[in-house]
Design a protein. Structure first.
Length: 467
């Protein structure tokens, strides 16, 4: 095992200092979803060993990372832990770390795990944000994705969370299922916003090698959405949610601007149970659908309006403060099997095996599998790649370091892919569609192959990047 990396003297010169975030990976799930390639095992017998190992790992870092202002309990399925286990985990971490009074504490939950008793305990333990893996509001789509919950359980979980007083809820949703129409997806979005969640993440379904869905794709048993359909889903989602007060602030993420309605009683209309295989559902004419104002009235085409609104009304969107640390290149510590960390230009990651993780820590060693020390050029590229996935964009000073940047910027503005606001260049909605294509435009032609390869691999190394 590689020892815990040393701290180099130089700080990342491209970003402001900010308090770090803490991530804990809970590597357990009751069963694997058909599309998922996150590290988790369906064997809860190792939970006690993992809890003991986790506290030991925290001990290695208590001097290096003293104070956090975000804490994200992700996985895997954190809501799988029973009440004494989750209480012991939080207590163990508090023995080693300090959390600022305004810490955002997020817990990822599966809807079928949430009971009134559990959400109450989460609150008592300081959890103030729940991220729910809702994915769809159609039972047949949930079954296709291999999720173990149904729509009724989602409704019950959201009701329990609101009843317990949670005022910061995030919903994860997936679009682009085989045969899914924009109308199917619109219904999911309509139902999702009924709950006024403070935050929504919308991910395009991907077919990862080695997953059941990935294998089905190879065997030709499912027909993935075409690039054109993916584009339609993406643009529709962005317009639909922005029209309803959600700022599209990162490629897959939306933060609500307004405060929750006082009468935020869920009025979800339950769809009929069962029936139909989404892979054989008929495809609608999406182009016609998109053109139909009835489905998306008064589209907001100019995202600048959101920023003016924020400035004049002095309102702060319900961002995921923790995930913004990844995108803003702020330091973070990841504990648990497979977790990644980043501080002072060094990235390191743990072994992705629960057994090995527990073994190393039981023997007094850190479970770090490897690390990389980023060169100044690599740091610059990461800030560029991460920044151009967000509506905050990147500082023009960063672009100025590339010969010919003004012409490139001018062309991208002309094509409607980038806009400049307060000395920063940020992607437009159309620009988001290019994902990593935009930063490639600002890479120095004289750059070494290693750096270009590094930049292209960036999204595989940073947590919570997907598209
Ligand atoms: S999607 Fe979430 S719940 Fe499903 S297997 Fe992956 S980590 Fe577990």
């Amino acid at each position: 095992m590689t020892p815990v990396p040393p701290l180099p003297a130089s700080m990342n010169p491209f970003v402001d200092a900010a308090l770090p975030g803490l991530y804990v990976h809970v590597p357990f799930c009751l069963s694997k979803c058909a599309y998922c390639d996150f590290y988790s095992i369906p064997d809860g017998t190792l939970i006690p060993d993992w809890l003991a190992a986790l506290e030991k790992e925290a001990g290695f870092y208590q001097d290096r990372f003293g104070l956090f202002d975000t804490f994200y309990l992700g996985g895997g399925t954190p809501s799988l832990l029973d009440l004494p286990q989750i209480a012991s985990l939080m207590k163990g971490l508090r023995r080693h770390f300090t959390f600022s009074p305004d810490t955002e504490v997020t817990l990822e939950a599966n809807p079928d795990d949430l009971t009134a008793e559990k959400v109450k305990l989460y609150q008592d333990l300081g959890v103030n944000r729940l991220s729910l893996g809702v994915q769809s509001i159609h039972d047949r789509e949930l079954a296709f994705l291999g999720r173990r919950h149904n729509v009724r359980q989602t409704v019950a979980a959201l009701e329990a969370a609101r009843a317990a007083g949670f005022v910061n809820l995030s919903l994860d949703l997936i679009y682009g299922l085989p045969g899914q129409s924009l109308e199917d997806w619109r219904k999911t979005l309509v139902q999702a916003v009924t709950f006024d969640p403070e935050h929504i993440s919308c991910y395009q379904l991907t077919y990862e090698p080695g997953t059941p869905l990935g294998r089905k794709k190879v065997r030709g048993e499912v027909i993935p959405a075409t690039e054109e359909e993916e584009r339609d889903f993406f643009l529709f989602t962005s317009r639909f949610l922005e029209e309803r007060g959600y700022l599209h602030y990162e490629i897959s993420n939306f933060a609500r601007l307004a405060e929750p309605r006082k009468d935020a009683t869920p009025t979800l209309t339950l769809p009929p149970q069962g029936g139909g295989n989404p892979s054989v559902a008929s495809l609608p004419n999406n182009a016609q659908f998109l053109a139909n104002e009835e489905f998306c009235p008064g589209l907001i085409n100019n995202q600048e309006s959101f920023y003016r609104k924020l400035e004049t009304e002095n309102r702060k969107p319900h961002y995921s403060r923790h995930n913004r640390k990844y995108w803003n290149h702020t330091p973070y510590l990841g504990l648990g099997p497979g977790a990644h960390s980043f501080q002072n230009g060094v990235r390191w990651w743990n072994t992705p095996s629960v057994e090995q993780y527990c073994r190393e820590l039981a023997q007094g060693r850190t479970p770090v599998a490897d690390r990389e020390i980023l060169s100044e050029e690599q740091l610059r590229l990461e800030v560029l790649f991460l920044g151009l996935r967000t509506r905050e964009g990147v500082s023009l000073d960063l672009l100025r370091q590339v010969p010919g940047w003004e012409k490139t910027l001018h062309n991208l503005k002309k094509e409607g892919l980038l806009e400049v606001h307060q000395n920063r260049a940020a992607p437009t909605r159309q620009g988001f569609l290019l994902a990593d294509g935009l930063p490639l435009q600002f890479m120095d032609e004289g750059m070494g192959e290693d750096d270009i390869y590094y930049a292209l691999e960036t999204s595989a190394k940073i947590p919570h990047l997907s598209f």
